[in-house]
Design a protein around this ligand. Structure first.
Ligand code: GRE
Ligand code: ZN
Length: 323
């Protein structure tokens, strides 16, 4: 299928490249990976063309800004990354746009940076790599706490989506099993936890128009959605939302197919969230574009539904100037 839009697609500055090395396997693949993630030109475009992807919204690799303990340095890194991304995507506005990297260590600076990126560069929203570390590695800071309400107010005013992207889980219960902390499990566990914290905090009562995107077919939440609300009837301790949690998930979240090209999971996600909330993405270059595209293109479903997931849902969500 041609004309697909993908938006969990990463690039890297030279100075944040090392953040990705541990995830990429052996040295021969690392060579290729470096080239792919640094490039926002011909190689990426060829890969998109070969696989029917017309347009990418590009974001910085993980964890990058979120792992910079010194807030001043985090603010500076985000700004330089966004300036550079704007310059690169600006060369092919017909094929690329950007998501802002944000220094969430300082909620006011993050709100200001998002505003700058949307108004000066036409960025389509933000992509943030999970919790932030500030001054010390632990505990990580999650954005449901009151200090972030002003930040979310700005996201709501700007009316742009916020992609909550994974980073490695740091809980002590993962000790001795580093493989568990990252993409096989911990990425999803931590991003799901963060999403549920947002739902449980009353955030979406304060700002009902917020649009949160999560990848990897919903990071496991669609599979658990019914049980969460079923059990919340008996143990709602500390829950401050006005409505059942599942309603916020269905009203305020969008999910993508990034890095999860598996039919049973897709069917569950689609049944749980519906056709208007599920969107195609790859997770380039952590995933092979062909794996994502050939799997998606081969799905047996009505073409009109497929077009929504591949393209028209994204045009609507990001108000893209595409037909
Ligand atoms: C990602 O950023 O999407 C990512 C990583 C590391 C491994 C897998 C992955 O940063 O998808
Ligand atoms: Zn990703």
């Amino acid at each position: 299928m041609n004309g697909k839009i993908a938006f969990e697609e990463h690039w890297s500055l030279l100075e944040t490249l090392e953040d990705s090395r541990g995830f990429v396997g052996g040295s021969s693949h690392w060579e290729t990976f470096q080239r792919q993630i640094l490039d926002l030109g011909d190689e990426r475009l060829r890969e998109m063309d070969r696989n029917g992807i017309e347009y990418q919204i590009v974001s910085l690799n993980a964890p990058a800004v979120q792992a910079v303990l010194d807030t001043r340095k985090a603010v500076d890194l985000a700004r330089r990354a966004n300036d550079k991304l704007a310059e690169l995507v600006g060369k092919r506005p017909d094929r690329f746009a950007g998501f802002a990297a944000l220094p969430m260590q300082d909620p006011e600076a993050a709100a200001a940076e998002l505003t700058r990126c949307v108004s000066d560069f036409g960025f389509k929203g933000a992509l943030v790599n999970g919790f932030s570390q500030k001054d010390k590695p632990d505990p990580g800071i999650y954005y449901d706490i009151p200090a972030y309400r002003g930040f979310w107010g700005r996201v709501s005013e700007l009316d742009v989506p916020f992609y909550l992207h994974p980073r490695a889980n740091r809980e002590a219960s993962y000790d001795g099993h580093p493989w568990l902390t990252t993409s096989p499990w911990g990425f999803a566990a931590d991003t799901a936890l963060h999403s549920l914290r947002l739902c449980g905090s009353g955030l979406f009562d304060d700002y009902p128009n917020l649009k949160i995107i999560i990848g990897h077919m919903g990071e496991g939440i669609p599979y658990s959605l019914w049980r969460i609300d079923a059990r919340m009837r008996f143990s709602p301790r500390g829950y401050t939302g006005k409505r059942p949690l599942g309603e916020y998930f269905l009203d305020n979240f969008y999910i993508t197919t990034s890095g999860n090209f598996y039919q049973p999971t897709f069917q569950c996600a689609l049944s749980a969230v519906g056709i208007d909330r599920l969107l195609f993405s790859v997770d380039y270059p952590f995933e092979d574009t062909k794996d994502a595209a050939s799997w998606f293109d081969g799905l047996q479903m009505a073409e009109s539904d497929k077009l929504k997931i591949a393209r028209t849902n994204a045009i609507k969500l990001f108000k893209l100037d595409l037909k």
